[in-house]
Every structure is written in structure tokens, then in C-alpha cells.
Design a protein around this ligand. Sequence first.
Ligand code: GUN
Length: 300
Amino acid sequence: MDRSNVIDGKAFAARLRETVARQVAALKAGHGLTPGLAVVLVGEDPASQVYVRNKGKATVEAGLNSFEHKLPAETDQETLLALVRQLNDDPAVHGILVQLPLPDHVSEAAVLDAIDPDKDVDGFHVVNAGRLATGGQALVPCTPRGCLMMLKDRLGELKGLRALVLGRSNIVGKPMAQLLLGEHCTVTIAHSRTKDLAGECRRADILIAAVGRPRMVPGDWIAPGATVIDVGINRIPDDRPGAPEGKMRLVGDVDFESAAKVAGAITPVPGGVGPMTIACLLANTVTAACQQAGIEEPAG
Ligand code: GUN
């Protein structure tokens, strides 16, 4: 199959990390400013440990300061809130990320709410959600920010295009829709209760799938030439011929094989949106550091 319509998220993310590294070098040389990212991990969830390790590595590689705080699973909410307040007050820390999920005895809402919105590099705080919705200077959640970068890289101008966002989560669907509105797209948000989901998808020039349902969108829901961004990361049994018994594989929310035959451009899973998330976290930390210092973000 001709793969020229497949967007290489890994290569894109590597380029973005290089841009961030150049921005950091310019901030150090020009302003004596080294952006710092603090990551807080509570407990020993293996997937979270991997994420946090990868984030720390990417942060250091791009020249930022990395501060890791690993707390035991039984840490109480007050202790965690005290740490967040300490990081809010620390001038060397420009971005704070508290790794989710948190243990059940801790309120995620209370912890996220305690993060200084100007250091909220996840963009999860209600103040940043509000700023994004009202066209203010927001820190934008990493995954939608990465999706928008890939769309603009591929399509250039997005003005007037019909965009369908499948999924309405606070982390992806809603901020994605706001970003596309900001680019003057005509935006529809669809979800599991949408009538004629297939028809809605077929009208879209841009389709963002973020529902967490493996291979839910088949190729015949996609308009010929449409740009498809698949945010889903679903682990399913590997049913391909020759795969060993019990092996699992990652698939997106879009059925890649059939969709890639009709889409003008499409992100694969793995290797599409996923690698962009950490790169955008670094980019958000640079943005936050510049805003806090009152200086313009270097071009990179
Ligand atoms: N857990 C998995 N992904 C993320 C993320 O992007 N941010 C936070 N805070 N926790 C996560």
C-alpha cells in the first residue's frame, strides 16, 4: 500500500523536541532562564512509572530542569496539596504535572485545582479551560495542542473546513473543539448518543477520533481525501494471522487499514498522536516559563 498519506507522529515529535531544545538554549543564553518542569507521581502504577520516566528523560534531553517527586501510594491529600503549594511558590519550577490517575483516597479535582493555573502545563485547570473557551492566553492540554500542530502542518490553513470531533472529554474532545473553532473551522462534537454518527463523520474534512473504542470508525465513514487524527490508544488481543497466542497490540479508534485507503492523511496507532504528547508538554513548559518571566517565546 502507498503510505504517503500516513502522518509520522514520531518524526514530527522529534522535530518539535529539537525546536524546544533550541528555544531553551536561546532562553538560557539570552535571559539566563532555564525552564523547569516538576512531575509528581503518587504510588507505583507501572504504566504511570513508565510515563514519568519518559517525561523526565525527554525534559533533560531538551535542556530543561526536571524535578521528580515520587510519593508513596498511601500519601494523604493534605501532604500532596502541601507539595503542590510548595511547587507553586518555587521560582525554578515553571510547569507542574501531577500524574493521573491518583489513588482513590485523594480527590483529583482538589489536587488539580490547587495547581497555579500559570504553571498548569497539562492545561487541566478550570481557569485554563475557561481561558481557552473565551479566547484568552491559555495553557492548552498537550494532546489537542499536538493534534492541531499536525493538522496545520499537513493542511496549512484550516479556515472554513468542517471538523468532526468524536468524543467530548475535558482532556481531548472539548479543548480540541475549542482549538478548531479558534482556527475558524465549522466544528461538530459527536459522541456515543449522536444520531447518524456515520453521516456526521462522512461530512467532515477533518475527523478527530477520541472516544476510546477500538477501531470504531471504519473506512466507509470517512470522506475521500479527509484528514484523520486518531487519538485512541486501545490494547486488544492480536488477531492478525501468525500472531502468538495471548499477544496484545495497540489499535486506535479508527480502523486504520480501511481508513488509510480513503483518507487524504491519517495518523497511525502507535506512532501518530502518542509521541506528540510529551513533546507538547515540553513546549507548554517553555510557553509557561516565558509567560511567567514576561518575555516573548523564542522562535526556535
Ligand atoms: N496520565 C496519563 N496521561 C497523562 C497526562 O497527560 N497528564 C497527567 N497529568 N496524567 C496522565
